[in-house]
Design a binder for this molecule. Structure first.
Ligand SMILES: Nc1ncnc2c1ncn2[C@@H]1O[C@H](COP(=O)(O)OP(=O)(O)O)[C@@H](O)[C@H]1O
Ligand SMILES: [Mg+2]
Length: 331
């Protein structure tokens, strides 16, 4: 069964249209990531799914039932926020059991679910602590535990890793992937971070300015972006764009090449002056100017290249992307 389906969903605040005709589905057990720049409407869309905001028009269907008129608590969803939103005066155990007490579940059920969730999240030793006595990563795990004990049909995550430092973000990302594997529950996860989208998603929905730009698996979007925005948003360092690099039938085209597809090659078609070199150990990033356009070449391994030197760069022809002036992909 389809876990979530959005049909022509629009949302305006006053005269400001924030979501414009959103259509997408989440299949049973699927991990779907909404990704896009800050302000593109990701949180608003999640809140419309949760029922914290009403759609201005369109349909929200969860597990085969239209829920536009259903209050959040009856939608079978559980949401995890960036800010954790834990109750400071309640212990970890009580934060996790609160929703179940409100549902009037028996003590036996509550104890069992809290024990199971805290085992999955390695929180067993912290059940009697208060949120102020936990690290940021532990607080976020409590927030996730609070969602798990409710056994929702659909999890909604809004940038859950944004408040964590880089190392913890990576660990927690792997934990969330493992959790999804163990629970098998459908998840919708919002982030502005393309790495989180690429690593976690079965399916990515790229949003820009309240519209869906493209939907597909991480590799589909990476290898076959529909437009310049998607091509530039997924991948790090981002795809290089050289406007006017190619003239075909008198038309100017924008050439797109990913940094990892560029190599130093004396007979390469691109000439550029190295402006900066980043030595990452395993890789070397050359930042170079091709005329007035900046390029990044990600070279495998360690390379000594002087800044200011002129180099030639090559790429396999099949790795070149072309876009028109409006950013549409040309085949
Ligand atoms: N309650 C609101 N009233 C008016 N405008 C809002 C409200 N909530 C969000 N917006 C606007 O909607 C747009 C999308 O916001 P949001 O969904 O939070 O984006 P994202 O989560 O992608 O960063 C922003 O321009 C924001 O200012
Ligand atoms: Mg947001």
């Amino acid at each position: 069964m389809t876990a979530l389906s959005l049909t022509n969903v629009c949302k305006s605040f006053g005269t400001v249209e924030v979501l414009k005709d959103i259509n997408m589905t989440v299949e049973e057990g699927e991990f779907v990531v909404f990704v896009g720049p800050s302000g593109c409407g990701k949180s608003t869309l999640l809140r419309v799914i949760a029922g914290l905001e009403d759609a201005t028009s369109g349909e929200v269907e969860i597990a085969g039932k239209v829920v536009n008129q259903t209050p959040p608590s009856k939608r079978g969803i559980a949401m995890v926020f960036q800010s954790y939103a834990l109750y400071p005066h309640l212990s970890v155990r009580n934060n996790m059991s609160l929703a179940l007490k409100q549902e009037r579940q028996s003590k036996a059920v509550i104890d069992e679910r809290v024990a199971e969730a805290s085992r999955m999240l390695n929180l067993g030793d912290y059940l009697d602590r208060f949120p102020s006595e936990l690290s940021g990563g532990q607080r976020q795990r409590v927030a996730i535990g609070r969602a798990i004990v409710r056994q929702p049909k659909l999890f909604l995550f809004d940038e859950p890793l944004s408040n964590l430092d880089a190392a913890l973000r990576m660990n927690t990302r792997i934990e969330i992937a493992n959790l999804h594997r163990q629970l098998g529950t459908s998840m919708v996860y919002v982030t502005h971070d393309q790495t989180e989208a690429m690593t976690l998603a079965d399916k990515i929905v790229v949003l820009r300015d309240g519209r869906v730009e493209q939907i597909g698996s991480p590799m589909e979007l990476y290898n076959n972006p529909a437009n310049q925005f998607v091509a530039g948003f997924l991948g790090s360092p981002a795809m290089n764009f050289l406007p006017g690099a190619i003239v075909q039938d008198g038309d100017k085209r924008i050439l797109g090449v990913r940094p990892e597809d560029l190599t130093l090659n004396d007979s390469g078609p691109l000439e550029a002056t190295v402006s900066h070199v980043e030595h990452l150990g395993g890789d070397t990033n050359l930042i170079a100017m091709a005329g007035e356009h900046q390029l990044t070449a990600r070279l495998f391994g360690q390379h000594q290249v002087e800044e200011g030197r002129s180099v030639r760069l090559a790429y396999p022809p099949e790795k070149a992307y072309f876009f028109d002036d409006a950013g549409h992909r040309l085949t």
